[in-house]
Design a protein around this ligand. Structure first.
Ligand SMILES: Cc1cc2nc3c(=O)[nH]c(=O)nc-3n(C[C@H](O)[C@H](O)[C@H](O)COP(=O)(O)OP(=O)(O)OC[C@H]3O[C@@H](n4cnc5c(N)ncnc54)[C@H](O)[C@@H]3O)c2cc1C
Length: 408
C-alpha cells in the first residue's frame, strides 16, 4: 500500500473526483489502480468560501516499487506504515495470580481489555455502579440536585469519559499508532466507523453507554472479571512490592500486579496512596470556566456561506492568548452543539464540563477557557496541595452558584 497525503478536494466532490485525483497525483492509468482506503479526512476552512476536504489515503496499485522510484521527490508519498497493534506478550499457561486493575474509566477499560486479550484474565475493581444504574444517579444530580458521592459523572463504569463529548483526539503525537487500536476497539463495540478516518472524531454520550457495556462483555468473555461498588481503600505492600488490595467492605484480595487507573477525581485514593508511601508528585494543570455561545454564531464565523452544510456538522474552534505575565490562556475541550454539565464528585462543590450527543445538534457551543498553573508557582509544598487548591475554588463556585449543584 502507498500512503498519499495532502489530497485536497472541494466539499462537494464525488467519489470519481477523488479517484481521479489519486490517478493524477501518481500519474498512473486507471488499470494500474486497485483500491483505496481513507486513512484520515480533515476540513481546511481557512477560506470559508472555498472549504476543502484534505485526505490522507492508503492506495493499492500495480507495481508499487516503480511508482515509488518515479515519485521519490514527492514528500507526500510513502509506503503505508504498519498501523496494526502488536501485543507485547501473552500470558503463561500456568498463570499464578491475576493482575488487578483499579478503576473502569477509559484507562482501566483499555488496560483490562488488553490484559484480557493477552490471556491474563484481569480482575477489575470499580467503586461506582454499572453504567445504566450510574446514569440514573448522574441524572439525579442534574435534575434533582442530589449527589451520590460514589456514583456520578466521575465515578462508575466508563469513568469520567462516559458522560462527555467523546472527543477522540489529542495533540499528542502517536508514532506507534496506538490510538488506532483504541479506535478499532471502539468501532468493534459499536462506534460509527467514520471515527477511524475523521480528523476530529467524536462519539457522544448515548452511544458511549452501549459501547462501554459491549467492551465489558468482551473482557468477561475472555475470562476477565469486573466488580462494581468495590472501592479500593488500601494497597498492601510487602518487601517494597505490592501484595494485595483491601476493599471498603474489608475484603482482602491478593495480587502482585496492580494497575492504578483511578483518574483525576479519586482524591481519597490519592491520599491513601500518599500515606502508604507510594511516590506521587504534583503536576501542572489548568483551571478556568466554561463559556457558552450560540452554535450558529460559531458556524457562521468558521464556515461563512457554508455554515449548516451537513458534511461539516457543528463547527469547533481553538483560542490561545499568551499574556504578558508569561501565562497562557486557551480554550480547552470545546464542545460543538453540546451542553455544560455539573461534574462534581464531592459534596458542596461545583465543577463544570461539557458533553454532547453524537449529532451535536444542541443550540449552544461551549468551551473551557483555562489558564495553565504549576506546582512551583501556584500550589507549592505538598504533592497534594493542588487538590486543596482545586477544592477551594470548587467550594467557592458552589457558594457563588447559590449552594446548589446547578451548572452554569
Ligand atoms: C463531562 C466530561 C466531558 C469530557 N469530555 C471529554 C472529551 O470529549 N474528550 C476527552 O478526551 N476527554 C473528555 N473528558 C475527560 C476524560 O473523561 C478523562 O480524561 C478520562 O475519563 C480519564 O480517564 P481515566 O480512566 O484515567 O480516569 P476516569 O475516567 O476518571 O476513571 C477512573 C475510574 O476509577 C474509579 N475509581 C477511582 N478510585 C477508585 C478506587 N479507589 N477503587 C475503585 N475504583 C476507583 C472511578 O470510579 C472511575 O470510574 C471529559 C470529562 C468529563 C467529566
Amino acid at each position: 500500500m502507498l500512503r498519499l497525503t495532502e489530497i485536497k478536494l472541494p466539499l462537494s466532490h464525488t467519489e470519481g473526483e477523488l479517484k481521479a485525483a489519486i490517478l493524477k497525483r501518481l500519474n498512473i492509468a486507471e488499470d494500474a489502480f486497485i483500491s483505496h482506503i481513507v486513512f484520515k479526512r480533515g476540513v481546511d476552512a481557512r477560506k470559508p468560501r472555498a472549504i476543502l476536504l484534505t485526505y490522507t489515503l492508503d492506495v493499492e496499485v500495480c507495481d508499487e516499487a516503480a511508482i515509488l522510484a518515479r515519485c521519490k521527490s514527492d514528500l507526500h508519498l510513502t509506503v503505508s506504515p504498519d498501523t496494526n497493534y502488536h501485543f507485547v506478550t501473552q500470558a503463561p499457561q500456568n498463570l499464578a495470580s491475576r493482575p488487578v486493575v483499579i478503576g473502569l474509566g477509559p484507562a482501566g477499560l483499555f488496560a483490562g481489555l488488553l490484559l484480557a486479550q493477552m490471556g491474563f484474565r484481569p480482575l477489575i475493581l470499580e467503586r461506582g455502579k454499572a453504567v445504566r444504574e450510574r446514569t440514573k444517579d448522574t441524572f439525579g444530580l442534574w435534575r434533582q440536585g442530589v449527589l451520590n458521592p460514589e456514583s456520578n459523572v466521575q465515578f462508575g463504569e466508563g469513568g469520567a469519559g462516559t458522560f462527555s463529548d467523546g472527543k477522540l483526539y489529542s495533540q499528542i503525537k502517536d508514532p506507534r499508532y496506538l490510538g488506532r487500536k483504541v479506535l478499532d476497539e471502539f468501532v468493534k463495540a459499536g462506534a460509527p466507523p467514520e471515527i477511524l478516518y475523521e480528523s476530529h472524531p467524536h462519539i457522544g454520550t448515548f452511544k458511549l453507554v452501549g459501547m462501554v457495556e459491549k467492551m465489558r462483555a468482551t473482557i468477561q468473555s475472555l475470562g476477565g472479571e469486573i466488580r462494581f461498588e468495590s472501592r479500593v481503600d488500601d494497597i498492601e505492600i510487602e518487601d517494597c512490592a505490592v501484595s494485595g488490595v483491601v476493599l471498603a467492605s474489608g475484603e482482602r484480595i491478593a495480587t502482585t500486579h496492580l494497575v492504578l487507573a483511578v483518574g483525576h477525581s479519586a482524591r481519597d485514593t490519592f491520599e491513601m496512596i500518599h500515606k502508604r508511601g507510594i511516590y506521587i508528585e504534583a503536576k501542572p494543570f489548568s483551571i478556568g470556566f466554561r463559556i457558552e455561545h450560540p452554535q450558529a454564531l460559531i458556524d457562521r464565523a468558521r464556515y461563512g456561506v457554508n455554515a449548516g452544510n451537513p458534511q461539516l456538522g457543528a463547527a469547533d474552534y481553538k483560542l490561545v492568548h499568551h499574556a504578558s505575565n508569561g501565562r497562557s490562556v486557551y480554550s480547552f475541550c470545546m464542545c460543538p452543539g453540546g451542553t455544560v454539565v455539573a461534574a462534581t464528585s464531592e459534596p458542596g462543590r461545583v465543577v463544570t464540563n461539557g458533553m454532547s450527543q453524537y449529532s451535536r445538534n444542541e443550540r449552544n457551543a461551549n468551551a473551557g477557557i483555562v489558564v495553565g498553573i504549576t506546582p512551583e508557582v501556584d500550589y507549592p509544598s505538598d504533592p497534594l496541595a493542588g487538590v486543596e487548591f482545586q477544592r477551594r475554588w470548587e467550594s467557592r463556585a458552589f457558594e457563588l452558584g447559590g449552594g446548589t449543584y446547578q451548572a452554569p
